[in-house]
Design a protein around this ligand. Structure first.
Ligand code: ATP
Length: 245
């Protein structure tokens, strides 16, 4: 039997500024407890897809003009981003977006406001995954390196304890070593907490290492999808879509 979907996106269309259509009937699903990758070239619409799911689109003069997004079986249409965070849907944006004028610890505390009853244990958990953040917990987030800020952005998602994390390009701007470290932790979070994730990545090899299923998109729609083991063995997919030769 199929695992139930924590996220079900059906035939969505997105238009920016009433004029530019970026998504053209895109559908995908994330089964409960799984990591799903969303891949594709620059400008294909990956970030827009995540924003359409989390409600951030409205902040950018974008609109969902057709289709539907079901999170835990309920539509997200018309719901504010913070309401969706409360409901357990956490979007880790590209470019990290931490509060630079707050300390590492304060950034984590701020992320718990969306949920009742966060405890010291939740912070310990983040510090266990990211010892580097523990060392720097009293320091301003603005002074962290790019990699450390990415760790903090993921740590913020962790303390919010969501059912689904949307992760936009976790490897962006990171060294290969740090990228590997971040992906190891993404895999651990999924394995140890069963947190479902939809991960947008340019680094297909990394995405394939953590995801069980992947969608490849081009100009606003999905062109190929399948279990990662199948896609990895598909020579056309490797060459044309993933640049993996
Ligand atoms: P990248 O990897 O470069 O982030 P992407 O696949 O995530 O690419 P999007 O960022 O979703 O793609 O952008 C898809 C298209 O939508 C691009 O042509 C982009 O110029 C356009 N777009 C994105 N945001 C806006 C906006 N706020 N207003 C108008 N057009 C936008």
């Amino acid at each position: 039997a199929e695992a139930p979907s924590v996220l079900e996106v059906t035939n969505i269309e997105v238009v920016y500024n009433h004029t530019v259509q970026v998504l053209r009937g895109l559908s995908l699903r994330v089964p409960e407890g799984q990591v799903v990758a969303l891949l594709g070239s620059n400008g294909a619409g990956k970030t827009t897809t995540l924003k359409a799911i989390s409600g951030l689109l409205a902040l950018e003069n974008g609109a969902l003009t057709a289709g539907d997004v079901l999170f835990s079986g309920t539509t997200t249409r018309g719901r504010k981003p913070h309401e969706l965070v409360h409901a357990g849907l956490f979007h880790v944006m590209e470019g990290r977006h931490v509060f630079e004028d707050l300390t590492v610890e304060e950034n984590l505390v701020a992320a718990t406001y969306s949920r009742a009853g966060a405890s010291a244990r939740d912070f310990d958990l983040v510090y266990e995954y990211f010892p580097r953040l523990y060392e720097r917990r009293k320091g301003l987030a603005g002074y962290l390196s790019g990699g450390e800020q990415q760790m903090l952005a993921i740590g913020r998602a962790l303390v919010a304890n969501p059912r689904l994390i949307l992760l936009d390009e976790p490897s962006l701007g990171l060294s290969p070593l740090l990228t590997e470290e971040i992906f190891t932790i993404i895999a651990r979070i999924n394995a140890e907490h069963g947190t479902s994730m939809l991960v947008v990545e340019q680094n297909a090899a990394m995405a394939f290492a953590v995801a069980s299923y992947a969608y490849i998109m081009e100009t606003g729609r999905i062109v190929t999808d399948g279990p990662v083991e199948t896609l990895m063995r598909d020579q056309d997919v490797r060459e044309f879509y993933l640049g993996m030769g």
